[in-house]
Write a protein that binds this ligand. Structure first.
Ligand code: ADP
Ligand code: MG
Ligand code: ZN
Length: 450
């Protein structure tokens, strides 16, 4: 497809099949990217439609758009989607067969490649093949955009740090004049600074950010030690959130749930307890073979298994709209990660719940793990600064759990934003009853856990 003179609205309708932009942020970002004269930073929550902000502009000019993505699985999802729309996109990664690779390279070395969007992993970027391609494209003025998706991966302050992302800034000088588009859902100030610096953003770069407030999510924190049987509590919460009867034999039409656990053992234990209770659930973690993991994910996606008990390795690139609850069975290490993980709930806009089971005992364990990690970093000459930051992030997470302030307000404050009104309109435990929350916190203190 070639749409040089079509308006963004027309492309949106006729190529992507959407009747309107999803938000004004999406619309202004798309239009700024099309202009193509500045670096653009786009920060929107997961599911808000960031991909469109480069996929649509990519079609407005002849030539290539390069897209760096951290996970090969994410690329294939995108490719499949683009293929359905009739847009020619490809990926250059280590998993290609030699035939696929040589066919792709032939196309990429044409004076005008058929490929419009090329997805690459950050590792590929530093390969010799890629560097020579880049030179060829640049000489022929073929590159329109350098897109860095999940850009928070290049920040050590973020929660998904990938060292290979740090090399991305270097290739910018090989394609001078090509605007860089960075996309992420993480909005913390230090991550933003890192991204712009590392990708060598020009001073006149543009930023498009939408609020992190998700009004359809109900947030609460439960203190584990104050519950007689936390597993039973979890099961009841799951049933209630899914809004189905336990006697249900076909779960396909029900919503889905995710329970994040810290360890593999906890995943299996939680999945076991739920299944016993009558809610089909399975564990998902890095200890399983890839085929087993894919199997579990498929069963969850198609609804045979409504609930998955997973380590945080599950979820990046998960685009399931009807997740009715996300539970953190153990306190996460940082707010940014917590926001992103819990934010996988309710992407369809319907009510969904995010619950965190808090335990000071577990906090001690996590604090210990964080300090061990810090020692390891320090021994590799990574500096104490980073480890201090990690510890501080964890303290903020604990504070979130131990403060009787509107959870939404706390989350927004963490991202340097303010709630458009004073309260979240009873979308959190504190706003529903700050008294009850205070009483729990008080009981926790009295009991002197940990
Ligand atoms: P993000 O990268 O921000 O997490 P995606 O780009 O993956 O989000 O998009 C999330 C979903 O929103 C996708 O299913 C996509 O097709 C859909 N989407 C994007 N833009 C629009 C739009 N303007 N109207 C309707 N749906 C949209
Ligand atoms: Mg995305
Ligand atoms: Zn609230």
């Amino acid at each position: 497809i070639f749409l040089q003179n079509a308006s963004p609205e027309k492309i949106l309708k006729e190529v992507f099949g959407y009747s309107a932009f999803r938000s004004s942020t999406q619309e202004s970002a798309v239009k700024a990217v099309i202009k193509g004269d500045k670096d653009v930073y786009i920060c929107m929550p997961t599911g808000a439609g960031k991909s469109l902000c480069y996929q649509l502009p990519a079609l407005t000019k002849p030539g290539l758009t390069l897209v760096v993505t951290p996970l090969i699985a994410l690329m294939y999802d995108q490719l499949e989607h683009l293929k359905k729309l009739g847009i020619s996109a490809a990926t250059l990664n280590s998993k290609l067969t030699s035939l696929e690779r040589s066919q792709l390279l032939t196309d990429l070395r044409r004076p005008m490649p058929r490929t419009r969007l090329l997805y690459i992993t950050p590792e590929q970027v530093s390969s010799d093949t890629f560097k020579s391609l880049l030179k060829f494209w640049h000489t022929n003025k073929l590159v329109n955009y350098l897109v860095i998706d999940e850009a928070h991966c290049l920040s050590q302050w973020g929660h998904d740090f990938r060292p290979d992302y740090l090399k991305l800034g270097k290739i910018r000088k090989d394609i001078k004049g090509v605007p860089c588009i960075a996309l992420t859902a993480t909005a913390t100030a230090n991550v933003v600074t890192d991204i712009k610096k590392s990708l060598k953003f020009k001073d006149n770069s543009l930023t498009f950010a939408s609020s992190v407030f998700r009004s359809n999510l109900f947030y609460d924190v439960k203190i584990k030690e104050l519950i007689d049987d936390p597993f039973r509590d979890l099961c009841l919460f799951a049933v209630e959130s899914l809004g189905t009867e336990l006697s249900e034999s076909d779960w396909r039409s029900a919503g889905r749930g995710i329970i994040y656990c810290r360890t593999r053992e906890a995943c299996s234990q939680v999945a076991g307890r739920l299944t016993q209770f009558g809610i089909p659930a399975k564990a998902y973690h890095a200890g399983l073979k890839q085929t087993a993991r894919d199997g579990v994910q498929d069963e969850w996606t198609n609804g045979e298994i409504p609930v998955i008990a997973a380590t945080i390795s599950f979820g990046m690139g998960i685009d399931k709209a009807n997740v009715r609850f996300v539970v953190h069975w153990t306190v996460p290490k940082a707010m940014a990660g917590y926001y992103q993980e819990s934010g996988r709930a309710g992407r369809d806009g319907a009510p969904a719940r995010c619950r965190l089971y808090y335990s000071r005992n577990e906090c001690s364990t996590i604090a210990f793990i964080i300090s061990k990690e810090a020692e390891r970093y320090a021994s590799r000459g990574k500096g104490v600064e980073l480890s201090k930051a990690t510890q501080k992030e964890f303290q903020k997470m604990m504070k979130y759990c131990e403060t009787a302030t509107c959870r939404h307000q706390q989350i927004l404050q963490y991202f340097g934003e303010r709630l458009p009104r004073e309260k979240c309109l009873d979308q959190c435990d504190v706003c529903v009853s700050s008294r009850a929350v205070l009483k729990d916190l008080d009981d926790m203190q009295k009991a002197g856990f940990a």
